[in-house]
Design a protein around this ligand. Structure first.
Ligand SMILES: NC(=[NH2+])NCCC[C@H](N)C(=O)O
Length: 278
């Protein structure tokens, strides 16, 4: 399979800091060799330094989205399956614009459903799903090439166990499909009933049970272990056409033993094998 691995190594506007070191650490952990050994033709591209270092989080966060949307669109033109390795979750808004998904599977410890009105810290990643669903930052998303907000009824939120009170309230008003990692596959039919035909898979690596795999500073217990998550994404790949994937929020500073990159290699390798079979 032809693949394009697109690196967006940012953490809230900072290039190669914090979460922004995750993509490089995953590549250094041997991802390209792992996928090449499985017979894939892999190209890797870093979007490079974009945005405005002075205005950092907002300007750069959306500049990253625009750059990623363009790279993903180019990958599709070249018939390459786009894999975006990103620090920030907000990048999913760019990836979805580039791969023209009509639906979204969002697997995450968090809801990422804050808006500028509800966010306690103004942290853009905590608004990443709300942004992708068109609930906020519309002047910014309208400048992302190809961006079309995903209808909330075509979004499945999986395992969001750490929700802020306003996120809970918002969820009550929206037709988002909620699932646990244990019943996400059963809920795919609801996504399809809402008209989902080409899904984007967003995987915030902090969905892992932190007692088994610590991925970043967030550590609310619960969530799948790597093997359970691997089985879930393989099951998803066989259940619905997936047109692109984002993997986010790995901060190597919390992974002294370097356990996350091989987990990601195996997960992606097996996901792609399952994907090729539909
Ligand atoms: N993608 C993430 N890292 N999300 C964490 C969000 C934490 C918190 N709910 C916030 O909005 O600030």
């Amino acid at each position: 399979m032809k693949l394009s691995i697109i690196l967006a190594p940012y953490d809230s506007g900072l290039y190669h800091a914090g979460f922004g070191q995750g993509p490089d650490a995953i590549i250094a952990g041997g991802l390209v060799d792992e996928l090449a050994l499985r017979g894939h033709d892999v190209v890797v591209e870093d979007i490079g330094e974009v945005g405005d270092a002075q205005k950092r989080e907002i300007a750069t966060g959306f500049a990253v989205c625009r750059a990623v949307a363009t790279k993903v669109d180019m990958a599709r033109d070249d018939e390459r399956f786009p894999i975006v390795l990103t620090g920030n979750c907000l990048t999913a808004a760019g990836a979805v614009a580039g791969d023209a998904a009509d639906s979204l599977i969002w697997i995450d410890q968090h809801g990422d459903l804050n808006t500028p009105e509800t966010s306690a810290y103004g942290f853009l990643d905590g608004m990443a799903l709300a942004t992708t669903l068109g609930l906020c930052w519309r002047p910014m998303t309208s400048a992302i090439p190809g961006f079309k907000a995903i209808d909330p009824s075509r979004c499945m939120l999986v395992d969001a166990r750490d929700l802020d009170p306003d996120e809970r309230r918002l969820l009550e008003t929206l037709p988002i499909i909620r699932a646990q990692w244990t019943d996400a596959l059963d809920n795919i039919r609801k996504l399809k009933a809402a008209g989902a035909a080409q899904a984007h898979l967003h995987l915030d690596l902090d969905v892992h049970d932190p007692d088994v795999l610590q991925v970043n500073r967030y550590a609310l217990p619960g969530g799948p272990n790597p093997e359970q998550l691997r089985q879930l994404v393989c099951g998803l790949a066989k259940s619905i056409p997936i047109v692109g994937i984002t993997l986010s929020a790995y901060d190597p500073a919390f992974d002294a033993k370097g356990e996350v990159p091989p987990v990601v290699g195996q997960l992606l390798g097996d996901f792609l094998a399952a994907h090729a079979r539909i």
